[in-house]
Design a protein around this ligand. Structure first.
Ligand code: ZN
Length: 419
């Protein structure tokens, strides 16, 4: 016989279980209601699309578990290519530090209110395995902002001209045993201090001042580089993958102020160029689709890029540096060079003089792999602090700017400027 107390206890227990069951069920229903109201894809009757993001923080809404619709939809592309985490925990800021913070954040009430509950947008490319972490508030740290970069770089250019080796290239630069490539306003030379073998050229503009380099002169430097690739390939048919790097001013790593590309040709892409090439191959194996087509589609759908002719320019979610843009096209044609030049001119117009560029061409044997150029800002030229630290060298890329801003400005600049 069951005692009254025991029955009562069992009833209490049953009631508690019923309560928990109802709570869980109703939570699930409410979760579904909320979920459906935010996610138009639940019914899977239409392709999922992403809305343009206004800031990198807007990506957080896409980190939630969304229902997956057709394989072509934008949300799926984001999830296919990137893993996005938005993480942060509140901190306590003592009053004396608050006063300093107020100065660093220039009294911006919005930023000050967010300071003790910052979130970091952490983005990992699933195929290259590279990670970029975004916290635009880090740009407001003390000592990372300079004063008058324009005056500084103009003085630097003027002083360097008096003893510039690259202004006297026939006397003060080396050449290959077969000679040089000469184009209308550019000349090739052999890099005395080889970066890479077997051949490593410098492509020199005749013009010393990079701020006065015209679009035609830049196009001529690309022409000179391409003629050098063809010449080297004619001497060694195994070398088929063309690559280029270019730094502006010492802060970005340039040993000479005079505008010059470093170019080389190899049997396979080098370093990070190879990482992307292999990522595209892995993507093809896993999804049977073209990596670059989907990467471009995703960024255009997020409002992080725009198209001109057959060339696309966008700010990659896995940027390596602040205000970075990636120019992608089937070939390095006039439109490609125009967008490349526009990005440099806009940076210079904004006082971003220290830049680094990395670029690869399709294989000389012909390839569906595109021409890709990345242009990133290396921090204020007048500031002694490096834009890079152990974080960027050994861990992940730390990005302190909002990726939406520069690309929007570049779109307007490209449409309005007489380039
Ligand atoms: Zn010079």
């Amino acid at each position: 016989m069951v005692s009254t107390t025991r029955v009562f206890k069992n009833k209490k227990c049953a009631g508690l279980l019923l309560f928990i069951f109802v709570l869980l069920t109703s939570s699930r229903i409410w979760y579904s209601v909320l979920h459906e109201s935010k996610n138009p894809c639940t019914a899977c009757t239409a392709p999922c699309t992403l809305e343009y993001i206004n800031s990198i923080e807007d990506l957080e809404q896409y980190t939630q578990e969304l229902d997956i619709c057709g394989s072509e939809d934008s949300v799926n592309l984001l999830k296919r290519i990137y893993k996005v985490n938005v993480l942060g925990s509140p901190i306590s800021i003592p009053k004396p530090l608050k006063n300093k913070l107020n100065q660093w954040l220039l009294g911006d009430i919005n930023l000050i209110s967010k300071a003790n509950r910052q979130k970091v947008v952490q983005i990992r490319n699933r195929f290259t395995k590279e990670s970029s972490h975004y916290n635009p508030m880090r740009a407001m740290r003390p000592n990372v902002q300079g004063s008058n970069s324009s005056e500084y770089v103009r003085n630097l250019i003027m002083k360097a001209e008096k003893s510039c080796d690259f202004c006297k290239p026939l006397l003060l630069t080396a050449e290959e045993t077969w000679g040089r490539i000469r184009t209308k306003t550019s000349l090739s030379g052999a890099n005395v201090f080889r970066l890479v073998g077997p051949n490593n050229a410098i492509i020199l503009a005749d013009r010393h001042n990079v701020l006065e380099l015209s679009a035609e002169e830049l196009a001529d430097m690309f022409d000179c580089a391409e003629q050098w690739f063809k010449k080297v390939n004619s001497l060694n048919k195994d070398l088929i993958f063309p690559m280029l790097v270019w730094d502006f001013f010492p802060k970005a790593g340039a040993s000479q102020i005079h505008p010059h590309f470093q170019v080389w040709l190899d049997k396979e892409y080098s370093g990070q160029f190879l990482t992307h090439f292999q990522a595209a191959q892995l993507y093809r194996i896993e999804y049977g689709e073209d990596y670059w087509t989907d990467l471009i589609s995703l960024h255009l759908n997020l409002g992080l890029g725009f198209k001109s002719g057959e060339t696309v320019v966008f700010t990659p979610l896995d940027s390596h540096r602040d205000r970075e843009v990636m120019v992608v096209g089937d070939r390095v044609d006039a439109t490609f060079i125009k967008l490349f030049y526009a990005a440099i001119k806009l940076h210079q117009a904004q006082g971003n003089f220290c830049l680094s560029v990395g670029m690869s061409w399709p294989s000389l044997l012909g390839s569906s792999y595109p021409a890709v150029a990345r242009i990133g800002y290396r921090g204020d030229c007048t500031v002694q602090y490096s834009d890079m630290s152990s974080v960027d060298v050994y861990a992940f890329y730390s990005i302190n700017s909002n990726p939406t801003h520069f690309i929007h400005q570049l779109k307007n600049f490209t449409m309005s400027a007489q380039l």
